[in-house]
Ligand binder design. Structure first.
Ligand SMILES: Nc1ncnc2c1ncn2[C@@H]1O[C@H](COP(=O)(O)OP(=O)(O)OP(=O)(O)O)[C@@H](O)[C@H]1O
Ligand SMILES: [Mg+2]
Length: 371
């Protein structure tokens, strides 16, 4: 249009061509600048939004229930809920947990199941002290949660949630995310990272990538499948050697193939087939058979023998699986059914299934099947 009009006035009004060219150049120059400005508009909106969030955080009161507690007790993974009731601050009249009592023993794997909205994730939040119970006490190895230093308590707990969070950095840094740099060098050598990656069954895939553990992850480019991402977050949780591992619906966002890969990994963890250790100089797998203890090097062939040959007796991690999946309930040593914020049934998966039509778990599973 501009060029047409320029041609027109040059021909009709005998305007000098140089002047018209200069005007066109100026117009294009201004247009380019205007377009750059327009492209910045979404960024301005994002910056405003981020600034609003930062301001909200900076205006939060530094005094909260998190400042309570200074004890650093040695925790063994034993957890007890005693008559715990809870309401969220935004809905103070609606009890999400009601007189909930539950004991989870050291090294036990418990599945917490129940209808949607029954309070399962709330139990996980209270364990991490994200909220304070309204009544009752949660204790860890006999120490009331509110007496324990919150940072220390959280360092003993690892959570793998429904949506895996990957950071735009290397796979190595993603696995070690949250561990201070100084500690990484001293206590988390590459051999340990590889041991953990093998334990969750992701090592082979990582080394098949051209840059191996130094591959930069970009969650948006689709190069990492849901199952691989979930296994990386499992590795991130395990490398910290938590006393308590919480898996909150960690397979529900996956397709069945990826879900069964992750379930297989969880099964190996909960059967205590793998005990990842690091003694300061070397990383490896420690295994105890009925007759003798042995150490094996972390090779693939050794791992492939794990399921069949050895039974490891020594393990410290308590695993809490929040799930709707029967495969995971079967893996757990015990199943606790939660309904309307309280434990309504508790026992092994087989015991609860054998209760027949009157059983709460059986009813829950049949309702799930009908949906
Ligand atoms: N931050 C919050 N503020 C207010 N109410 C909440 C909050 N989080 C959860 N709730 C409410 O608490 C109840 C229990 O929620 P919770 O997330 O613990 O259920 P759930 O058993 O994990 O359910 P699902 O199986 O769907 O994950 C629900 O009624 C929910 O609406
Ligand atoms: Mg939930």
């Amino acid at each position: 249009m501009i060029f047409y009009y320029a041609g027109h006035i040059v021909a009709k009004d005998s305007v000098k061509v140089e002047n018209v060219v200069a005007v066109i150049a100026l117009l294009l120059f201004c247009l380019a600048h205007a377009l750059t400005g327009v492209a910045l508009i979404p960024q301005i909106a994002n910056s405003k939004d981020t600034a609003r969030q930062v301001l909200r955080l900076s205006n939060l009161s530094p005094k909260s229930h998190e400042s309570l507690g200074s004890e650093l007790p040695s925790l063994d993974g034993f957890v007890s809920f005693y008559n715990v009731s809870f309401t969220y601050p935004s809905r103070p009249n609606q009890f999400v947990l009601r007189n909930l009592s539950l004991q989870i023993h050291q090294g036990e794997c418990i599945a917490i199941v129940g209808p949607s909205g029954s309070g399962k994730s709330t139990i996980a939040s209270l364990l991490q002290r994200l909220h304070q119970p309204s009544h009752g006490v949660i204790s860890f190895s006999g120490h009331a949660a509110y007496e324990i230093d919150v940072t220390y308590l959280r360092s003993q707990i690892a959570v793998v949630s429904q949506t895996p969070t990957l950071f735009p950095t290397t796979i190595h840094a993603n696995i070690l995310y949250g561990i201070p740099l100084a500690q990484r060098v001293a206590f988390y050598p590459q051999s340990l990272v590889e041991t953990v990656a093998r334990a969750v069954g992701i090592h082979d895939w990582i080394v098949s990538l051209p840059r191996g553990y130094n591959t930069i992850l970009r969650s948006a480019d689709g190069s990492v499948s849901g199952g691989q991402a979930q296994r990386i977050t499992l590795a991130r949780a395990l490398i910290r050697k938590p006393k308590i591992l919480i898996l909150d619906e960690c397979t529900s966002a996956l397709d069945s193939e990826n879900a069964s890969l992750v379930i297989d990994t969880i099964g190996r963890i909960t059967r205590n087939d793998v005990d990842i250790y690091h003694d300061g100089s070397k990383a490896g797998i420690y295994m105890e058979t009925k007759h003798h203890s042995m150490e094996i090097s972390p090779t693939e062939s050794a791992y492939s023998r794990l399921d069949h040959v050895y039974h490891v007796q020594k393990h410290q991690m308590t695993v809490i699986i929040i799930t709707h999946k029967q495969e995971l309930m079967r893996i757990a040593h015990r199943v606790a059914v939660v309904d309307q914020g309280t434990v309504v049934e508790d026992g092994t998966y087989a015991e609860l299934k054998n209760k027949g039509a009157g059983g709460k778990l059986v009813r829950l599973l049949s309702v799930d099947r009908l949906k």
